[in-house]
Design a protein around this ligand. Structure first.
Ligand SMILES: Nc1nc2c(ncn2[C@@H]2O[C@H](COP(=O)(O)OP(=O)(O)OP(=O)(O)O)[C@@H](O)[C@H]2O)c(=O)[nH]1
Length: 392
């Protein structure tokens, strides 16, 4: 990707033996410490260094952690969305000065922290990039309180928006019929992150640790594992245009291209109604979320893309709109190339890579997911469609 390479995350030489880093986030009282204790007490044979809350406050081994003040820096490009944590960088260097004491790092952020600057720290600091790799942002959600939290806090929504994994905790406190509605609400903010239901954070640890949420080599697989957007009633268009799906997901298994099953779906929508015209009807649910301003949009196109156009568009989009676009991921079908082009971004940091060829019989299509603010205003479906290669 030409344009994308203006902001690449430097790729390490394989094999990747850098220390995996998990960022544990979630609103006040969601169950982060409960999950952390589970990770630390389970017999998985891995030693973790832990950085908790105000960085340096507590650690598995306190001596490994230096005391610091809260401190945010803008990155060199001067963009206010691209902040990194000076305190975290120093704390990590303190840890890394003692190699061999641990094999992985967990950072538990405060319940009110925006995980963006924490994640970006690992993507831009060259010395950290050489020794650590961001594995995932895991967000713990309090099933009982999340609606209220989303109504009142942009932080709660950002924590979900940034997640690679969502642990939906305290599930015993809400009725069985309410859980799918909450999941639907969460998918409106983040259609890609798998949701793991839990009680006292009793989630299978191998489903959240070492999943490679920021590993470009695994983005394609992770996107296909994620529930794809539902096609609603667009299939009659023959899959020749980019379909936009705002914050509404289908839980059926299919090929990830979200185009060939326009039948009414039977998932929970958060309120009683029939299942025609979902995008309109979901506005009720969305209006709560929109107080935080965050939503997601999924685009699918069955027209092969022109490489130069799509690279240019994505590069420009994150450069100019990166403050609003918290995260984006995509698999692109490029005209005249047998390989899948995969990309991901965090704010303005964009990485793209060619990956395995499309498999025989695999449906070629391009699928992009954007999570952020004011997405509706950005003309994303039209701009995406304009990147299609000319018809042969
Ligand atoms: N009922 C119920 N309570 C839970 C569950 N998980 C955790 N708790 C309780 O919820 C409270 C908050 O849990 P913590 O793990 O401290 O949450 P936290 O996210 O670390 O909280 P802060 O650090 O304050 O943001 C504690 O009293 C836990 O015992 C659960 O699944 N169900």
């Amino acid at each position: 990707m030409q344009e994308a390479s203006r902001h690449p995350y430097p790729a390490p030489a394989a094999p990747d033996d850098r220390l995996p880093v998990t960022i544990l986030t979630g609103y006040l009282g969601a169950g982060k410490t409960t999950l952390l204790n589970r990770i630390l007490s389970e017999d998985h044979g891995r030693r973790y260094a832990v950085i908790v809350n105000e960085f340096g406050e507590i650690g598995i081994d306190n001596e490994l952690v230096v005391d610091t003040d809260e401190e945010l820096f803008e990155m060199n490009n001067g963009c206010v969305c691209c902040t990194v944590r000076g305190d975290l960088i120093r704390t990590l260097h303190g840890l890394l000065a003692r190699p061999g004491r641990f094999e992985a790092i967990i950072i538990e952020t405060t319940g009110l922290a925006d995980p963006g600057p924490v994640a970006q720290t690992f993507l831009v600091d060259q010395s950290l990039l050489a020794r650590t790799r961001l594995d995932s942002v895991t967000t713990v959600v309090d099933a009982h309180n999340i609606r209220r939290q989303l109504e009142h806090s942009a932080d709660a929504a950002e924590q979900i928006a940034f997640a690679d994994q969502i642990v939906l905790n305290k599930t015993e406190l809400v009725g069985a019929e309410e859980l799918p509605r909450i999941e639907s609400l969460l998918r409106g903010l983040n259609p890609l992150a798998p949701i793991h239901r839990s009680r006292r954070a009793d989630v299978a640890l191998d489903s959240i640790l070492n999943r490679g949420g920021f590993d470009i080599d695994r983005i394609g697989t992770l996107m296909q594992e994620a529930p794809a957007p539902h096609a609603h009633d667009h299939a009659h268009e023959g899959g020749h245009s980019a379909h936009a799906h705002h914050g509404h997901e289908c839980e059926e298994d299919h090929d990830g291209c979200g185009h060939d099953h326009a039948t009414a779906c039977d998932h929970e929508c958060g309120h009683d109604h029939d299942h025609h015209g979902h995008e309109h009807e979901h506005a009720h649910e969305a209006s709560h979320i929109h107080q935080s301003g965050i939503s997601s949009i999924s685009l699918t196109s069955h027209r092969p893309m022109d490489e130069a156009r799509i690279s240019h568009w994505l590069g420009r989009l994150v450069t100019e709109q990166g403050a609003d676009i918290l995260r984006a991921k995509g698999i692109i079908d490029v005209a005249g190339d047998d390989r899948r082009l995969v990309f991901q971004s965090v704010h303005m940091l964009l990485e793209g890579d060619w990956q395995r060829p499309w498999r025989p019989g695999e449906q070629r299509c391009s699928r992009l997911v954007f999570i952020g603010r004011k997405l509706e205003e950005k003309g994303l479906p039209q701009a995406f469609e304009a990147c299609a290669a000319e018809s042969p």
